[in-house]
Design a binder for this molecule. Structure first.
Ligand code: IPE
Ligand code: IPE
Ligand code: MG
Length: 232
């Protein structure tokens, strides 16, 4: 069976999940955060090495202020609650995105969990937070130009492998599979460079209802696709 090493998930549908239950969009986000647990469990069980979770996009700043505040505070609350468990389960946390532009309490909470789990070597849970695919490529281009101007390297040395080293995800392989929950069929500025060759899978289920079984179903379907069409 083909091995999927890295799965990336666009966790969409939290707001609608809340609204449809007569709750607030923020309560939907809370339920979404809790649902990550099931996905982490299933990933460990399936021997997935890396799980990237799109938690806040560079476009999400344009949402109502209250919702943005809630989303900025969620990592503070969530990571405080879950960190002991991440340690117990040997989970390593990474963060992908422009963390410099975050409120201090948010970036501190993220940094703390990255540092505390640094030496864990189990599942990598990589939070894409204040992430935009265009921003990722643009900041990489700026750093490349800087290094060329400083004579640290020649322009013709810049190939795909080297460019990849300038992306926010430099230490990670590209995702084998990108899943979007919540029914929309868009990439929404997620890993643009990195998902060039990835399998895509769309589920109508809102993220708070996404679970082990649905993740396993997605993986099975993609493995079947790959075994039928295995010529690259
Ligand atoms: C995705 O859920 C989570 C974030 C963007 C933080 P949404 O908030 O986009 O939920 P819907 O798509 O409005 O239902
Ligand atoms: C994508 O969902 C971003 C995250 C899941 C964090 P959005 O709901 O923000 O994307 P659009 O607005 O449908 O493109
Ligand atoms: Mg959405």
């Amino acid at each position: 069976m083909l091995n999927l090493k890295h799965i990336a998930i666009i966790m969409d549908g939290n707001g609608r999940w809340g609204k449809e239950r007569g709750l607030t969009r923020s309560q939907g986000h809370y339920a979404g955060a809790q649902a990550m647990e099931k996905i982490i469990d299933a990933s460990i069980e399936m021997d997935i090495k890396i799980l990237t979770l799109y938690a806040f996009s560079s476009e999400n700043w344009s949402r109502p202020k209250d919702e943005v505040n809630y989303l900025m505070n969620l990592p503070v609350k969530y990571l405080k609650q879950k960190l002991p468990e991440f340690m117990r389960r040997n989970i390593k946390i990474l963060v992908t995105g422009n963390t410099e532009a975050l409120p201090e309490s948010t970036s501190k909470a993220l940094q703390k969990s990255v540092m505390e789990t640094e030496n864990n070597n189990g599942l990598i849970v990589n939070f894409a937070f204040n992430y935009g695919g265009r921003d990722d490529i643009l900041q990489a281009v700026q750093k490349v130009i800087y290094d060329v101007q400083k004579n640290n390297m020649e322009l013709d040395q810049v190939d795909e492998a080297l460019f990849q080293q300038y992306l926010y995800t430099k230490e990670l392989p590209d995702p084998d599979l990108v899943i979007r929950t919540g029914g929309e069929k868009r990439i929404s500025n997620f890993l643009l460079w990195q998902c060039s060759l990835s399998e895509l899978y769309f589920s109508d289920v809102y993220f708070p209802d996404f679970n082990e079984e649905l993740l396993k179903r997605a993986v099975r379907e993609v493995q079947e696709r790959k075994s039928v069409h295995h010529i690259s």
